[in-house]
Design a protein around this ligand. Structure first.
Ligand SMILES: [Zn+2]
Length: 440
């Protein structure tokens, strides 16, 4: 366990904008993006001194020696009670404080690397424990403190964050993925971007060098101007061989947030063309010589080469029919989308949490991870589309188009578009100023 001690006196008075007093901001988070792939967004916060001041459970009294803070970084094997008793808190108080904290924080979620601020009142006959505070997610603080009556009370506060728009654009030299990384688009935003385009774009075949993308997305900054997390994409466009597809985030009267083209057509199709991000099409549909068995065989799906563990998404809304070992397919998932269409996913390493026969899945939801189970020569996704129980070529099947806004919804979207366009114009102008300054 490592710990640092920060003894801070009355100068802190100004910093008590603190816990419990920040303005309610729940409305702002109501549209927060869905959980992102494997923890891309949330990481335990590491504190600097500034944060430590802000996170103290107790303000310092000006007349007597102030409370003392110890910032403890959670190490492997630590428990909250252990941390407290190691710091001289008696067992009864430690248990009481932790059970109080449970009201606002699931202590099993304590993460290695997480910082906890313990506050003590220095005293010659043993420091008195006053409370503790931690920040489980970048926008939420929780704390426990000793009240006047000598018992612990819990508090939590959502931090007020400023929403700002961030912008990224680049010419694609090799892949959208590399172009977006080069343009400093965060990985969680990139994953969303791929998802927005994946209904229309076959990344393997459609993207050529010289194509471009552009994205405007939300970022949430703390009171120091530091980016705490990224939000939703507001606008995304991709230009393929001179033709631009642009999509705007909009919530129609149905209440389901989606991305729409200027004509009111939803980006969402019955099926995604590529149910996996950033993968290479390694084997097409049709006759091929079987690499293991040696004879010519009909390949009833398409293969996407991707590293083991790459998330596989449900190509459309539907109900899982199978999620189990299935002969040469290995760990196999099959989804029924409607009375005619099913999709199947083979050789996966494992199923995503909650995926079993009967589970209802949303388009783009992660259902499994790439592997090489069953009859397979290396990590890849074997993907099949079945139309009336017969496998068809996923790359050439004509996909039904998505929702088309009409009436009031279409009018509302079209009223919103000039606002977003103006935001994009402003971001473009700012980006070009930055670029020309960098070029000097
Ligand atoms: Zn295959």
């Amino acid at each position: 366990m490592k710990w640092t001690s920060a003894v801070v006196f009355g100068i802190l008075a100004a910093a008590w904008i603190v816990l419990g007093q920040s303005e309610p901001s729940s409305a702002r988070f109501a549209e927060a993006s869905p959980p992102l792939v494997d923890g891309a967004a949330m990481r335990p916060q590491t504190f600097d001194a500034r944060r430590a001041e802000e996170m103290r459970a107790f303000p310092a009294a000006e007349t007597e020696p102030g409370p003392e803070d110890r910032i403890i970084t959670v190490s492997r094997g630590d428990t909250l009670i252990g941390i407290l008793t190691d710091n001289g808190v008696d067992r009864a108080s430690a248990h009481s404080a932790v059970s109080t904290l449970r009201k606002v924080f699931d202590v099993r979620r304590l993460q290695i690397g997480q910082d906890i601020t313990l506050t003590f009142k220095p005293s010659t006959d043993g420091d008195q424990f006053l409370g503790m505070a931690l920040r489980p997610t970048p926008d939420r603080d929780v704390l426990v403190k000793l009240d006047d009556g000598g018992s612990f009370t819990a508090e939590e506060a959502e931090r007020a964050l400023d929403r700002r728009f961030a912008y990224g654009a680049a010419t694609i030299d090799s892949s959208l993925y590399e172009a977006a990384i080069d343009a400093n688009v965060p990985i969680d935003v990139l994953m969303d971007l791929v998802r927005v385009f994946s209904f229309d774009v076959d990344f393997q075949r459609d993207v050529q060098p010289g194509d471009r993308f552009e994205v405007l997305y939300e970022g949430f900054d703390d009171e120091f101007g530091d980016r705490v997390r990224n939000g939703d994409i507001r606008y995304a466009a991709i230009t393929l061989s001179g033709k631009t597809l642009a999509f705007y985030r909009f919530t129609p009267s149905s209440g389901f947030v989606d991305y729409f083209g200027p004509d009111g057509r939803s980006v969402r199709k019955a099926l995604m063309r590529t149910p996996i991000d950033g993968a290479r099409l390694s084997s097409g549909f049709g006759k091929r010589r079987h690499p293991i068995l040696g004879y010519t065989k009909m390949h009833k799906g398409v293969d996407f080469a991707a590293p083991s563990g790459t998330p596989i998404m449900a190509a459309g809304d539907g109900v899982v029919e199978m999620a189990e070992r299935f002969g040469g397919y290995g760990n196999y998932v099959r989804i029924r989308h409607n009375s005619e269409i099913k999709t199947a996913y083979g050789h996966t390493s494992r199923f995503a949490k909650g995926i079993r026969a009967g589970s209802r899945v949303r388009q783009g939801q992660i259902i499994a991870y790439v592997g090489t189970t069953g009859r397979s020569t290396g990590p890849h996704l074997h993907y099949e589309v079945m139309l009336n129980a017969r496998q068809v070529n996923p790359m050439s099947i004509k996909l039904p188009t998505g929702e088309q806004l009409a009436g009031k919804d279409l009018k509302k979207l079209q009223a919103l578009i000039p606002t977003i366009d103006a935001e994009v114009d402003a971001a473009r102008a700012e980006a070009s100023v930055v670029a020309s300054n960098e070029g000097r």
